[in-house]
Design a protein around this ligand. Structure first.
Ligand SMILES: Nc1nc2c(ncn2[C@@H]2O[C@H](COP(=O)(O)OP(=O)(O)OP(=O)(O)O)[C@@H](O)[C@H]2O)c(=O)[nH]1
Ligand SMILES: Nc1nc2c(ncn2[C@@H]2O[C@H](COP(=O)(O)OP(=O)(O)OP(=O)(O)O)[C@@H](O)[C@H]2O)c(=O)[nH]1
Ligand SMILES: [Mg+2]
Ligand SMILES: [Mg+2]
Lengths: 302, 279
């Protein structure tokens, strides 16, 4: 397990008086296996280990200079954990956190939820609606998944639970639904409109074109990719494909109440640069939080 | 000019990368690669072609679980199948696909809408039931999942259904009370029909990473899972984690999901799967 990998690494470094490059390499080998077990993508793992090694080598020189004659302020194993934690947090942080990009004053801010099948888009749409409503915003939910059986019903029930109206139009296309919903939101002076779209494969060109059409028709300020924290090595390819097509503005990581380490999130953030904005931490509608990089780093490191 | 050592090392690195990016995981990858390295060191594999062939053969061996025919545990009707798994894996859709298959084979199928928790879960299964032409048994409002399953299985026995498939709510494997609820649901099937459920299918999403091992472990410990369905293989994810799952838990992969329509269900084909994994 990831915890074991780090514990082994730390043990190798405990009691080491003078840290050598060989010591660091040995510790990093243990970490490599456990990062891969946590679903961190292969190349991201390599880059992470490279940076931690670099950091530690830099620190070793500094430690050696400091310890001339006096006791070291930090032991090698503590240094190692600190370097890993700092590096992970840096990789997953972003300057504006959970903040959504707002529309110019007087028009509704649009949030478009996209992603693979079954990741939690519909549930997260309702959770976000609740969160924003509690901030005093007037929100409209839009049932733009016209394909999955009872998808509109699902969002309608969730909307009722959080007291947010749900717009649906059974005999139109998803693009029309979004366009009409936006027009209605402008008339009703809504602050935020949230489009819940159907799950789809990134390789489905017809359905990806549909998302592109919704984007060009409505010009959303926010396009969030919803991803299950248990996703594997495929996460990066998926995020990249959605990003290349749409220009994602953020990620919502769901099912963090499970025991998945969530290492795939690292790759998405690290390689595409898309900020992770939200964390889904349960099935009920109050279970959406701003994403915390330090919490995630501890989770990945165990 | 590269010596044999260098060529072998490069080839094994290539193989390691293929396995890891396919979600096969560090432990299973190491075992497979170590075995190949041993054989290379003994000059047992003449060229890279042989090495890949050996890898395919070792992987095939892992996936070939000796198991009785699907549903053969049911000595008389109805065959009772319980669908379980984490949230969003594809349980409801797979229930519908499986129902459609039996229906097309002339069997009388009853579905149990035992997800009494999630918004519009019952409606979702009912719509599917209409699409594939099978009856859906649902409960009065607020009934427990175990009660729905008990009623449905009892009805299956009483009204001469050939197959009863129970769709359950998604749940994360680390939630003890939810796993306990699932245990009670399984027991309810047995109370209505001795020997039921004859099949407990764990539905796994092919994009899942190493967490699939924890899913398999916990669901199996709670319920005695009898098989796996690997869904969403129509995507780009290879589902390689199934190698580790089968290696550790010896569960047969019965079906794969290859799309969102009723007929997007296939029997698991080991050779085809391996081919795709290493393509
Ligand atoms: N435990 C847990 N379950 C979640 C979370 N987010 C969503 N779910 C559950 O995951 C399942 C799938 O959620 P949906 O919202 O239907 O997913 P979706 O992306 O809209 O699915 P499609 O529209 O079919 O692509 C449901 O059972 C949800 O209740 C979370 O943060 N934690
Ligand atoms: N592409 C693809 N999508 C699938 C497949 N199987 C299921 N889906 C989709 O995945 C999403 C979730 O499927 P569900 O059947 O609702 O999953 P579930 O496990 O019942 O979800 P919960 O009951 O909420 O836990 C839906 O959008 C399905 O259409 C498959 O084999 N391929
Ligand atoms: Mg949805
Ligand atoms: Mg379901």
């Amino acid at each position: 397990t990831l915890t074991e990998g780090f514990r082994k690494a730390r043990q190798k470094l405990t009691g080491v008086a003078e840290l050598t490059e060989a010591d660091i390499e040995a510790a990093l080998r243990d970490v490599r296996l456990s990062l891969l077990e946590a679903d961190v993508e292969l190349n991201v793992t390599r880059r992470f280990l490279g940076r931690v090694k670099e950091k530690m080598l830099g620190q070793v020189v500094k430690l050696r200079a400091e310890s001339q004659g006096k006791k070291a302020t930090i032991t090698p194993d503590q240094l190692f954990v600190k370097a890993c934690q700092e590096e992970l947090v840096a990789m997953m942080s972003s300057p504006d956190g959970a903040q959504l990009t707002e529309a110019p004053k007087g028009t509704p801010t649009i949030v478009m939820m996209v992603g693979l099948q079954g990741q939690g888009k519909t549930t997260t749409s309702a959770k976000l609606a609740k969160l924003l409503t509690e901030e005093g915003k007037k929100v409209l939910l839009v049932a733009a998944d016209l394909q999955r059986p009872a998808a509109v019903e699902q969002l309608t029930v969730l909307g009722q639970k959080v007291n947010v109206p749900v717009f649906s139009a059974p005999n139109s296309t998803p693009v029309e639904v979004c366009r009409r919903a936006l027009a209605l939101a402008k008339v009703q002076k809504k602050d935020v409109v949230i489009f819940d779209t159907a799950g789809r494969l990134a390789i489905d060109t017809v359905l990806m074109d549909e998302l592109r059409a919704i984007k060009s028709e409505t010009k959303p300020q926010n396009i969030l990719l919803v991803v299950n924290a248990a996703i594997g090595q495929n996460a990066l390819a998926t995020a990249t494909a959605f990003h290349d097509t749409l220009g994602l503005t953020g990620i919502a990581l769901t099912m963090l109440d499970g025991d998945a380490r969530g290492g795939a999130a690292l790759a998405i953030r690290e390689v595409t640069g898309i900020p992770i904005r939200y964390a889904g931490v349960g099935e009920s509608l109050d279970k959406l939080e701003a994403f915390r990089p330090d919490g995630m780093a501890s989770r990945i490191l165990g | 000019f590269s010596g044999k050592k260098e060529i072998d090392a490069a080839l094994l690195e290539d193989i390691e990368e293929t396995l890891l990016t396919g979600d096969v995981g560090a432990a299973t990858t190491k075992r497979l690669v170590d075995a190949l390295r041993d054989r290379l060191d003994r000059n047992d594999l003449a060229d890279s072609e042989r090495v890949w062939e050996a890898l395919r053969e070792d992987s095939r061996r892992i996936l070939s679980v000796d198991s009785p025919g699907f549903g053969s545990a049911a000595k008389q009707s109805p065959l009772v199948i319980l669908m379980v798994g984490v949230n969003g894996a594809g349980k409801t859709t797979t229930t519908a696909k499986l129902a459609g298959r039996y229906k097309q084979a002339g069997q009388k199928v009853l579905l149990a809408a035992a997800d009494t928790f999630r918004a519009a879960a019952v409606q979702q299964l009912e719509m599917w039931g209409q699409r594939v032409g099978v009856t859906v048994h649902k409960a009065k409002d607020g009934a427990k999942p175990s009660a729905v399953v008990y009623e449905a299985v009892a009805r299956g026995v009483a009204e001469g259904f050939d197959v009863v498939i129970a769709d359950t709510a998604g749940r994360l494997q680390n939630k003890a009370p939810l796993m306990e609820e699932l245990r009670k649901t399984r027991d309810a099937a047995g109370k209505a029909c001795p020997g039921a459920p004859h099949e407990v299918l764990l539905v796994l999403d092919a994009v899942t990473g190493q967490n699939a091992l924890s899913q398999a472990k916990e669901f199996r410990e709670a319920l005695d899972v009898t098989g796996v369905v690997l869904t969403k293989l129509d995507g780009t994810a290879k589902g390689g984690v199934i190698l580790a799952v089968v290696d550790e838990f010896k569960l047969p992969v019965r079906f794969i999901g290859v799309g969102e329509k009723a007929d997007d269900l296939r029997d698991f084909d080991t050779a085809e799967f391996i081919e795709a994994l290493f393509s």
